[in-house]
Design a protein around this ligand. Structure first.
Ligand SMILES: *Cc1c(COP(=O)(O)O)cnc(C)c1O
Length: 219
């Protein structure tokens, strides 16, 4: 088994090769859901500073203290967010990648304080148009982003997606990229352990890796 540091190097090498083609940098987010504080500590020591969690409570448990000790940590919310958890979520996460409906966005705006002015947000897009999946409908993306930015003054920086399993990720990544351009946002959070190379080739600016770094999750 390779160490997290070795795995990180492997990704960085791949990104550097691609950079000559794409000319954008890629933020590597280590997804630590279902992994304990030891895994987080090893990742931190290896030089990772961006982390992803999909539950508010779990994030608070693992990162509250750690974030006061390591102020360079950037914590990303990548799971579905309930409106009654928005306030707590804003207290721990630096970036929320899963804004996907009007009600949630309004709740976020209501809970933003002067200190949270630096927070960044992504709109999650239901790129495969799957009934059970979160995310706004593809065709509503441009209008939704415009509403968040112009009417609500939210700091929307990009789009995020999770393609359907066993689908052609490339097609979905290119679609997300097109809609980001149409919406006037810069960042693309796409690509997980199984398809991060494709995502990077398609222009991902943020990749989210759990299994790749930490192995299989035990539930
Ligand atoms: C769990 C999760 C990941 C990481 O998945 P891996 O396949 O383990 O890399 C990435 N993004 C989201 C939204 C997730 O929920």
């Amino acid at each position: 088994m390779n160490s997290i540091a070795e795995k990180l190097q492997k990704i960085r090498d791949f990104i550097n090769i691609q950079r000559n083609i794409n000319n954008n940098s890629v933020e590597i987010i280590a997804v630590t859901k279902n992994f304990n504080k030891d895994s987080v500590a090893e990742a931190l020591e290896s030089g990772i500073s961006s982390f992803g969690e999909n539950r508010v409570q779990e994030a608070i448990h693992k990162y509250s203290k750690l974030k006061t000790q390591h102020q360079n940590i950037s914590l990303h919310m990548i799971g579905p967010l309930q409106t009654n958890k928005v306030k707590l979520a804003l207290s721990i996460f630096d970036v929320i990648q899963t804004l996907d409906r009007e009600k949630l966005v309004k709740e976020v705006v209501k809970n933003l304080s002067p200190e949270s002015i630096t927070k960044k947000f992504f709109i999650q897009v239901n790129i495969g148009d799957e009934e059970q999946k979160s995310g706004i409908k593809i065709n509503n993306t441009v209008e939704f982003v415009r509403w968040c930015k112009n009417d609500l003054n939210l700091n929307i920086v990009g789009l995020m997606c999770i393609p359907p399993i066993n689908s052609d990720s490339k097609k979905h990544f290119l679609c997300l990229k097109k809609f980001a351009q149409m919406s006037g946002v810069k960042y693309l959070s796409m690509g997980m352990s199984d398809d991060y190379e494709i995502a990077i080739k398609c222009g991902a600016t943020h990749i989210r890796l759990g299994t790749f770094f930490f192995g299989k999750r035990k539930y």
